[in-house]
Structure formats: structure tokens, C-alpha cells
Design a protein around this ligand. Structure first.
Ligand SMILES: [Zn+2]
Length: 62
């Protein structure tokens, strides 16, 4: 199974080489915690993290 990487810009977690959210290629293996946003408009966590697209995000990216 491929190791997931997190985007350094928006913290989205992916197994690809390009961030599916902001299209950045600045991805890192060094992340921890997982936040899954289903409904960004209703989620307080999403508002706090400034997330607007439902996706899986890392809590902490180094
Ligand atoms: Zn991104």
C-alpha cells in the first residue's frame, strides 16, 4: 500500500504526486493526525482550518 503524503500548502492527504485540492507538488511524508471533512460549510473544524473542499486532511504537517 502506498504511503500517503500531505500537501504542505493546504494539508490535503493524497497518495498521488500532485495535491488534488490546490494542485501543488510540495508534498511531504512527514505529517500526523487525520481530519476528514465531509461538509466544509457546516464544519467548525473546516472553518478553523480554512478548508472549503471536503477531503481528508493532515492535522499537522512538518
Ligand atoms: Zn494542497
Amino acid at each position: 500500500m502506498a504511503r500517503e503524503v500531505a500537501c504542505k500548502k493546504c494539508k490535503a492527504v493524497t497518495i498521488g504526486k500532485v495535491c488534488p485540492i490546490c494542485k501543488a507538488t510540495d508534498l511531504t511524508l512527514d505529517w500526523s493526525g487525520i481530519i476528514i471533512i465531509f461538509d466544509a460549510l457546516k464544519s467548525e473544524i473546516a472553518a478553523t482550518l480554512d478548508i472549503s473542499i471536503p477531503h481528508k486532511y493532515a492535522h499537522k504537517v512538518s
